[in-house]
Design a protein around this ligand. Structure first.
Ligand code: ADP
Ligand code: MG
Length: 137
């Protein structure tokens, strides 16, 4: 299980045509793309995906943003996938993370921070199930 994680390329990045660039960075860091899809998130998927943030002050803004354009979802595979992708993505706040991270390069605000990456085995499993219900390991 820890060989798989979920990457979302969020609407800010897809709008700016950064899909290819971000997938290239992932591939260059040893990730294999196992599944790939482009779709527009609706309120139902968004509220399932971000259920753990319900009630937080940024929750409504986050859901609205995630429905504002296309999202690319990728199941990525490599050793220690979850930890390695979180490292490559960087911290939530794009301007407060390391220079060589995806969020520092492509993020534009704390909400519009370019990408999502699963933060634990439990969340990776839940998130993959929401976006790719038929994926089997
Ligand atoms: P991460 O995506 O780094 O795991 P969280 O799970 O805490 O971060 O938050 C989910 C998403 O919600 C973030 O990626 C970001 O888009 C948005 N977000 C988080 N914290 C804030 C905040 N304080 N203000 C606005 N948006 C936020
Ligand atoms: Mg998170």
């Amino acid at each position: 299980m820890e060989r798989h994680t979920l990457l979302l390329i969020k609407p800010d990045s897809t709008k700016k045509n950064h899909i290819g660039a971000i997938l290239k960075i992932a591939e260059e860091h040893g990730f294999i793309i196992k599944e790939l899809k482009i779709f527009q998130m609706d309120h139902e998927i968004g509220s399932k995906f971000y259920a753990m943030h319900k009630g937080k002050d940024f929750y409504e803004k986050l859901l609205k943003f995630m429905q504002s354009g296309m999202t690319v979802a990728a199941i990525l595979q490599r050793d220690d996938a979850i930890h390695e992708l979180r490292k490559l993505v960087g911290k939530t706040d794009y301007h407060n993370t390391k220079p060589e991270t995806i969020r520092r390069i492509y993020g534009e605000s704390i909400t519009k921070n370019a990408v999502h990456a699963s933060d634990s085995v439990e969340h990776a499993k839940t998130e993959i199930k929401i976006i790719f219900p038929d994926f089997s390991y």
